[in-house]
Write a protein that binds this ligand. Structure first.
Ligand code: SF4
Ligand code: SF4
Ligand code: FES
Length: 587
């Protein structure tokens, strides 16, 4: 790079920018065309014309929202449909007939008969000017910025910018890589002061950590004295930052965004079941971000949910079926069919010796509906009727999304007939095991030893302990037969959130080695006891469950689609007052 003073500012556009007028170029009036007729509007609606397209919107909608409805993108930085309107970036300026000055589309209310132009020469010239202005002090960081590839400043420069700058002076410098919170880094030089992050902390998380300090070219976002951006929802500020000023520490420099495959799925961190996207690169999840669903999570998710994939990689996994023979110090790895044969034989012998009542099962509310349904079928077939579901609760429900119940499918347990997670029933079972009244135990997706529900030495008295789990838990280590299951985001399935909303979890990454969805192990176990059925996919199991379980009647895997289905109407309703089914505007 040369000395800035020696750089010649380029004063005319390069020839490949035909749509952008050169500074000072005369505006050419477009040829007059017949004005299309306005459609009929209802009593609570207004009809207007945007770029000659007639559109009808509800009263109170803004020009930007009306344009979106008409399929016209008005570029914007500071506007976000989930927060108040700040009107500070000026990128959404549009021309409204009979108004001498350009108006900001995000704050101009659509009026009956309004005629709006979003893409004439005057608007394009001003947009190019805003872009040039925003880039005056913006560093040329794109090659090392995590936002590159999904940065709005970058995209808009390509679509609306001049492609060159007349600014040859020294840029104003600000702190870079500034630790603004537990998981968020701030690069003040990249910030365009749109105040989305401030408004999020004021209006959504209501934690008020951020403010705008100083004035003019020295204005800078910062935390108030003694505060740090450590609220439970801080990751959303990174999602809504239109540039790379706020970055998520665990994702920094992990992958360029154009290499990521975004898989729509559902968070498994609590009973809310927020709609999310899994950012997958090289068969590994690198980040989880929210996906809009008005009546479940709106535009947001919590920081806890963003970490739900980490346990896939930082805890030892159960990768192969392991069978521990009596008296052997270490378990032996067996082929899957032989391991299931052994599990079935142990359970059968225990039932024969002590009766079916001496065998119980612990199943998890973290399992999918397919796992739970197949557990019901297999356990019934084996004659095991005592099934408990342990609760996993922490903290309290908050006013936004987080639920005290940290399992994604407690309602699913109820639906298949296991009842809700029950601490008393779990404690009673633990007591019966300790007292020697239980001789066989099947554990699916739970770790009663690691969770402190059961003492490891009590398990030594069991004659059959069969564990199906994704991790090498304390309980799995004590098992006679341990079968490796898929973890969260490694298998397709359905979960039912606390509102009774059934949603599809989608597989984002492959499971390690011989791990299989729990329902497959349970199907195989059930077959050893005579269970008939040839389900080979989660969809086939769900459809079978829908045929047998009344609350799922009339549903099918296909009908759940991407939106899921509200099974019960309790606690239905919007998050933050956004009406369910609101048109999803580009955030
Ligand atoms: S940090 Fe990002 S979201 Fe916050 S004001 Fe700056 S550009 Fe906007
Ligand atoms: S609120 Fe619950 S479901 Fe939503 S992101 Fe957080 S942990 Fe996941
Ligand atoms: S001023 Fe309208 S989006 Fe920023």
């Amino acid at each position: 790079m040369g000395d800035p003073e020696t750089i010649e500012p380029r004063l005319s556009p390069p020839p490949h920018q035909p749509n952008v007028p050169a500074p000072g170029a005369a505006t050419v009036a477009p040829a007059a065309a017949a004005t299309p007729a306005l459609p009929q509007a209802g009593p609570d609606e207004v009809a207007l014309l945007i770029d000659d397209r007639p559109v009808v919107v509800r009263k109170g909608a803004t020009v930007l929202q009306a344009a979106e409805k008409a399929g016209i993108l008005v570029p914007h930085y500071c506007y976000h449909p989930g927060m108040s309107i700040a009107g500070n970036c000026r990128m959404c300026l549009v021309e409204v007939e009979k108004m001498p000055k350009l108006q900001i589309g995000c704050a101009t209310v659509a009026a009956p008969g309004m005629v709006v132009r979003t893409n004439n020469e005057r608007v394009r010239g001003v947009r190019a000017g805003i872009q040039e202005f925003l880039l005056i002090n913006h560093p040329l960081d794109c090659p090392i910025c995590d936002q590159a590839g999904e940065c709005r400043l970058q995209s808009y420069e390509k679509d609306y910018g001049r492609g060159y700058s007349r600014f040859a002076e020294e840029k104003v410098h600000f702190p870079k890589r500034y630790d603004i919170g537990r998981s968020v880094l701030f690069d003040a030089e990249r910030c365009i002061k749109c105040t989305r992050c401030i408004r999020f902390c004021d209006e959504v998380s209501k934690t008020h950590e951020l403010g705008l300090f100083e004035r003019g070219g020295h204005a800078i976002i910062g935390t108030f004295p003694g505060k740090s951006l450590d609220n439970d929802y801080s990751g959303n500020t990174v999602d809504i930052c239109p540039v790379g000023a706020l970055t998520w520490k665990p994702f920094r420099f992990q992958a360029r965004v154009w290499f990521l495959r975004n898989v729509p799925s559902v968070c498994t961190g609590c009973a809310r079941g927020c709609n999310v996207e899994l950012a997958v690169y090289d068969h590994r999840i690198h980040w989880i971000t929210p996906r809009r669903y008005a009546s479940v999570n709106d535009y947001w998710m919590c920081d806890l949910g963003r970490q739900t994939y980490e346990k896939l990689y930082d805890r030892p996994r159960l990768e192969r079926p392991a069978v521990r023979a009596a008296g052997a110090a270490a378990p032996a790895v067996l082929p899957s069919p032989e391991a299931v044969d052994r599990a079935a034989a142990l359970l059968r012998e225990t039932v024969t010796r002590h009766g079916a009542a001496s065998v119980a099962a612990i199943v998890s509310a973290r399992l999918t509906l397919e796992d739970l349904f197949m557990a019901r079928q297999a356990l019934r077939q084996a004659g095991i009727t005592r099934v408990v579901v342990p609760p996993h609760e922490a903290g309290e429900d908050d006013a936004l999304l987080l639920r005290r119940d940290k399992t994604p499918n407690a309602r699913g347990c109820e639906l298949v007939g296991f009842g809700r997670p029950d601490a008393a029933a779990t404690a009673k079972l633990a007591g019966d095991i300790a007292a020697g009244h239980v001789h066989g135990l099947v554990v699916v997706g739970e770790d009663p030893v690691g969770d402190g529900v059961l003492k490891a030495d009590r398990l030594a008295t069991l004659e059959a302990l069969v564990v199906i789990d994704a991790w090498q838990t304390e309980t799995a280590k004590a098992a006679h037969v341990a079968l490796p299951a898929t973890g969260p985001y490694e298998a397709d399935g359905v979960v039912v959130n606390f509102q009774g909303h059934a949603q599809r979890l989608r597989r984002g990454v492959p499971a390690p080695a011989l791990a299989e969805p729990s329902w497959r192990w349970l199907r195989e176990l059930g077959r050893r006891f005579g269970l008939a059925g040839s389900w080979t996919t989660a969809s086939a199991v769900f459809d079978q469950a829908a045929a047998e379980l009344k609350p799922l009647a009339s549903l099918s895997w296909r009908s759940l689609g991407g939106d899921g289905h509200r099974l019960v109407s309790t606690e239905a309703g919007p998050v933050l007052g956004t009406p369910a089914g609101t048109q999803a505007l580009e955030p």
